[in-house]
Design a protein around this ligand. Sequence first.
Ligand code: 0RQ
Length: 499
Amino acid sequence: LEDRIRNKELLSRVMSAEEAAMLIKDGMNIGTSGFTPSGYPKAVPLALAKRVRETGERIRIGLFTGASVGDELDGELSRTGIIAKRLPYQTNESIRDYTNNGGCEFLDMHLSHVPQYAKYGFLGKIDIAIIEAVAITEEGHIIPSTSIGCSPTFVQMAEKVIVEINTSQPLDLEGMADIYIPDNPPNRKPIPIERVDQRIGKPYITCGVDKIAAIVVTDIIDNVRPLAPIDDISERISGHLIDFLEHEVKKGRLPQNLLPLQSGVGSVANAVLAGLLKSKFENLVCYTEVIQDSMLDLLDSGKALFASGTSITPSQEGLVRFKENIKKYKEKIILRPQEISNNPEVIRRLGVIAMNTAIEADIYGNINSTNIFGSRMMNGIGGSGDFTRNAYISIFTTPSTAKNGDISSIVPMVSHHDHTEHDVMVIITEQGVADLRGLSPKERAKVIIENCAHPDFKPMLKDYFKRAQSGKYKHIPHILSEALSWHHRFLKTGTMKIW
Ligand code: 0RQ
């Protein structure tokens, strides 16, 4: 244990998860490590849930994380009714249902905003930070595990820190992190990143011996999620995206090795990166948030030279490969706080190509990535807004239909807005590519309907757009009484179709 807890005094603060969980009281705000279920605390939340189950004690907390965390945290604490408020992103079925059924208040936030909200005091007091680590240094600083997320800021702002030393996380992770926290305005300086492989901070999270109230040793592994196999639709979307990038290179708007790539999560995003592996692009670099299997493939094949992110989130098999080859990956991967990985200033400077997924898009180019039928929260906006608004090219992909073809993903008006017509440059479905750059709303509508809509819904969309244009106002023509009728029809009849 001495190589993991390098300060002798701190060895006396090692305790059981049950004892550490006793520090958590009703009404507290708890900030934890974790980003897209990786590097999050597991033993303490499990012990807290067990305590509440066994004693019936009332504990309701605010739970703040980097992004999504595993079932030991979001799942267990929502099933025991412990979470009163949650931010900023989740992917766990239990907390999704809990949120949609009104069990907690959920704040869906741009991920780059979370650390600065915490630092500005906008989230109130952070009582305890619970951070998964591979080690604690002699000085009491924390070597984070597979994700950085908001951990540095939560540690800075919290009154007390509980560290979960996870022995399943290799010590060789030490050195992968690059921790830099910007000052608050008016003293904020430019972030000195000009290349994706640049290190600007420290390899540890500054904490200090005094702040550490408890250390829990565990070996529970990250509950990473399996990736769906790449299907025909995802492959076609990926093909269109690669063709589009090749076209941009031919036009001289992108260099041969493209620009730094950001890719969202999910099956389509994975297929897009897998497509890049087969493409003729070389010497790629990634400035992204999540590093998943296909990103490791790009690095292994030599197609990509470097990846900067805030978490490593491979599948179970990918995790084994990552751990076995960690020394090699350490030369090609930097993990940064999400305030830096998702920073608008850096994204704009580097000229990132942002590729994210939509639930639905409307004919004018607005995107809904989060709320099904306007009300049912799926995962959250995550980092998609940080990247989309500031990217060199912002691309959204989605299959043109959902629910066995009964839903059109291209609709007259989105039922919830995440990314507006002002931010979205390209929409791609398996049907084709709509390049919206430089187009007015009516010009966009023609291209989106023509190139992206499914043939089953194209005539209905054309008919709507035509009739809308005979209305009084011509800028963004709509028939308000009909704009959301497609969603309404699905909820009533189980299909958006009218035949
Ligand atoms: O619901 O499971 O009940 O059938 O939406 O759809 O096809 O499984 O999609 O897993 O690729 O996720 C946008 C959610 C896509 C994800 C989203 C229903 C569909 C299914 C999921 P069921 P799929 P994926 C990086 C950047 C936002 C955040 C982001 C996401 C469910 O990519 O959360 O990009 N993105 N962050 O049936 C009604 C439609 C629908 C629909 C799909 N048009 N209408 N329901 N569904 N289309 C991550 C981070 O920042 C951390």
